[in-house]
Design a protein around this ligand. Sequence first.
Ligand SMILES: [Zn+2]
Length: 152
Amino acid sequence: MQIDQNKLKMLQNGVVLDHIPNDNLMKILHILAWEKNDHPMMVGANLKSDKCGIKGMIKIDRYELSDEQKNSIALFAKGATYNIIRDGEVVHKEILIPHEAVACGLLCPNKRCVSRGYRSLFMPYLYDEQVHVVCHYCDLRFGLDEFKEFAL
Ligand SMILES: [Zn+2]
């Protein structure tokens, strides 16, 4: 699928993730499985934001996030906005808050965790304003910077 770049700039149908913490942009691209996802994407990094200093932004043509993707992205982009665009209009706007168990794309940092063989499941919680997670299988707690591997 190929579309004109200007068309993606003025997205008619698709999604916009805005106010993504710049440092977590790559993790979010992994959650979106960007290498396998053939929808045209436009990724902005190091963008100026009044809200959070420097931000990232992702636009995806003719796409909608699954709940799993949305919840996983919320972990790494607390406070980011998720917009759904239809016929050039914003039909849904949501601020992402990590609150649900997440199973999408992340491998448990505990190398001996049984979930690594098939599917991990993490429950987010806030500690000192920071998002942490607890693994449903090994019961260990992790900060988000401990996630280095992604199951694709
Ligand atoms: Zn685990």
